[in-house]
Design a protein. Sequence first.
Length: 318
Amino acid sequence: MNKDKVIFLIDFDITISKKDSTDTLLNEYNPKLKEEIRRKYRSKEITMREYLKNGLESLSITKKEFLETLKKVKIDETFVDFVNSGVTFKIVSAGTKLNITGVLSNYDINLTNDDIISNDIEFEGNKITVTNPFLDKEEYYGVDKKEAVENFQRQGYKVFFVGDGPSDYRAIEVADFSFIRKDTRAINFCEENDIKYKEFDSFNDVLEYYKRKWGRKIMLTKEDVLKIAKLSKLKFNESEIEKFKEDLNKIFDYMEELNKLDTSQVEPLFNVLDLKDKLRKDKVINSEIKKNILDNAPNKDENFIIVPKVIGGENVDN
């Protein structure tokens, strides 16, 4: 495993969002069905995948109405700082991609399809269809989060999983380390199965713990680059900002590699060249330097050189 390749795989509902986005939609448009399928899910009559599919496909709403309702779903706003920190991450959710992008766009977080491993949703007028491009072998969860973790591990990544509930359990079991949302069911799961984890209350907790245990001490963000650019009186476009962020972070990475060297047996070096300056003795001597300078001045007044006035008015000769 390449220790420099790190990725966070993050659940969405309850982990990033403060309430379940699918339940929010069902509460708004079909609360009776929601209670029925929730009862069936809890009694194991239907799977988690069927809960999502049956619930969302029962809604007779347009995409515009769908997105408008998602404005009611709030997130842990420290996730914005997490995104801006520059760490590599993907969202892995048993919900739908539109649930995720619809909510996060309200916080100016605009992710691509490649940033999200989740179910697809299509609209034909007010008819909804849910499909499962990342279906688990058991066809229970709808999304194979365990396979997502193992896929990145096969590519040489150290995988940190961030989650909260049952759909995350199989991923938590195989992840290199897990961060678990405070006061959620995944805490008990980790305790019962002797799985190492870190409980978190905000994504700042996640970042701080990661940096302290595994990450670099310095990680410049987009905001840092903009601040440096402002101080330097420079202007960059978006692509240049990203490039400078990457380049500057590589410099800090290299500095941290140098800091790892054991220099305890190395004598301090004050000059890379083994040369000594040839200096005259510090003695007071008579010098004609003042006279020579005044003799060469184009305009003078006794012992003073006259220069053009440059502040507070027009240039004058004296």
